[in-house]
Design a protein around this ligand. Structure first.
Ligand code: SF4
Length: 261
């Protein structure tokens, strides 16, 4: 197989792990990822959104102290912030790390918190993509909770994929909405309070609206805009090879990292 430099090592590892763990359950995949030396330093990235609790519950069974990176854009619903604390406490997650753009950066680039009204790509880049890119500098691979059914842009999502120099593990890639609902009910897991109020997918307050019956689960995200992803996994709405855009803040203005259980 022809592999593209300079990140052929991550691509080769993703292919190897895919072959090695074919047929494994999501739970087995998470356990294997935690124990897999080739993945190196590993973190989970979670939005503590509508379905995040499934992946986090599986993680808590095998590695409750694995770093869980939670991006606080400072424009999240208050319900998400309280749900994050509730889920961490309920599941016994001991290493949730809240990551944010620094005050200095926000003051310079979005002093009135209105950038999302003019340029959602720039706002997501400022509040999410660069913050995560900086946090991931400390890791060689990461686990996500993305699923194929969530969007057309995710329909081919593999369980292992190269993301620049890192490998991303997507244990729930082939799970359906019914699978998730059943898992949550079986394990009596806490639900995000906005789900029962018509939000099947939850992002920032200004960019998330309720979804009507029959609409796509992500129809309420950036409603009316030609935008489906925040740029963490895609750039400008398109899947791109290579790493997330590198952090642009100077070294005296690093994104903030707060540890919270
Ligand atoms: S979802 Fe909206 S408010 Fe949140 S970072 Fe992106 S553009 Fe900004």
């Amino acid at each position: 197989m022809q592999l593209d430099p300079p990140h052929s090592a991550a691509t080769a590892l993703a292919h190897r792990l895919h072959a090695r763990h074919q047929g494994a359950t999501a739970q087995a995949l998470i356990a294997a990822a935690v124990d897999e030396p080739d993945l190196g330093r590993l973190a989970v990235v979670s939005s503590f959104g509508a379905e995040s609790v499934v992946l986090l519950h599986m993680l808590a069974q095998v590695a409750p102290d694995l770093p869980v990176l939670f991006i606080d854009t400072r424009l999240l619903f208050p319900e998400t912030l309280s749900y994050q604390q509730e889920v961490a406490a309920t599941l016994g997650l001991t290493n949730v790390q809240v990551i944010r753009a620094s005050n200095l950066t926000l003051q310079a680039e979005d002093p009135g918190n209105t950038l999302h009204q003019r340029d959602t790509d720039a706002c997501c880049d400022l509040r999410k993509t660069r913050v995560l890119a900086a946090a991931l500098e400390g890791y060689e691979s990461w686990i996500t909770g993305r699923k194929r059914f969530q969007a057309d842009t995710r329909s081919d999502l593999p369980r292992f994929e190269a993301d620049g120099p890192r490998v991303k593990v997507n244990p729930l890639a082939d799970w359906t909405a019914d699978d998730l609902r059943a898992y949550i009910e079986t394990h009596d897991l806490p639900r995000h309070p906005l789900v029962s109020r018509g939000y099947p997918s939850i992002g920032c307050t200004p960019c998330t609206t309720p979804v009507a019956e029959g609409e796509d689960v992500r129809a309420g995200r950036w409603r009316g805009q030609d935008k489906e992803e925040c740029g963490i996994h895609f750039v400008d709405g398109r899947a791109v090879p290579g790493p997330a855009p590198s952090a642009r803040q100077d070294t005296n203005d690093a994104p903030q990292l707060l540890k919270r259980a």
